[in-house]
Design a protein around this ligand. Sequence first.
Ligand code: SAH
Length: 358
Amino acid sequence: MFINELTIEELKDFFRKINEPSYRAEQTFLRIHKHLALNIDEFTELPRKLREWFSENHYFPTLNLDYYEAINDKSDDRGTQKFIFEYKDQKSSKNRIFESVWLVSEKRRTACISSQSGCSLNCTFCATAKIPFKGNLSTWQILQQVYYMIRFRNQTENTKERLTNIVFMGMGEPFYNYDNVIKAAKILNHPLGLNIGSRHITISTAGVIPSIERFIAEKQPFNLAISLNHPFNEGRMSLMDINQRYPLKELLKVVKKYTEVYKKNITFEYILIPDVNMTKEHINELVKIAKYIKYCKFNLIPLNTNFNNWRTPEEEEVLAFQKELRKNGILAFYRGSPGKKINAACGMLALQKKEMLI
Ligand code: SAH
């Protein structure tokens, strides 16, 4: 493990073993996770000898930017930035690519980050499913996506605005990389790090039931979002392979348990694909699901890709769908498709530079 992915407790152990006082752990943690140091030379509080020893023995890696694009026009999603990172592992010479998006809205600055390089799921509507899966990201690779974007923005923008939210909604299935994702979330939440409130960190899953069970049992404080996407078992199966392993009924059971234990809303993400999951029948079934779960809200996401000859719904269709849900007392939100122009919206990660991933 590299030193830029150790918790305070792990750093304390680390310093104890080399007979250094335990406050070195706080100093090191602050440098890495608050001041976002790029290398050990920046650890100015440490005695020079220790720094030199560190540099020789505990070099830590950071990310290389492979591609960058931003929306600078006058549209609503002005300010969206897309980053593609590349990391070559020197030992295995494996090349990993993963993407992050910086999203701007009136009140929020959100970092959307990846948990895997590619994705092992096979959702029929999602571009990330079309590229080879390269594996889990380590904790430092998850953290450095956020740190890179902040450093980049501090250098390029005049305003030093604060990051307010983090969403694990980039490439990959966070709950197939549970340990590294939760560890990264804890470090992002830590008062000596970026100190992002746990309610401002959202982990999204396609429905990995054992990990959701574990999340509940551990009482993890972060927000949970479930990519529901279809209200019927058969229909969901045709969109999302994972439904074979973890069927809808079982998924809803564990979601209900979550709301009972946490006493708060679960967020359902619901992709909108005309003729596939937007009819009256689908709405009726969604109403039943919402009644069963009780504490839930829906984020409506219009389809952003055009695989399988599907089309993106018109704005009026989206609003009509939202209105039907609301008429039935369901909290349903629609926030557009920020980043679509630069392939940075939901389900579009990997549309750029696809050739590099193969
Ligand atoms: N694997 C996790 C994390 C990814 S989140 C999960 O499935 O929750 C990405 C979100 O974008 C998911 O809610 C997914 O349903 C949605 N999405 C994927 N492809 C999309 C597309 N083409 N158009 C709109 N939304 C899409």
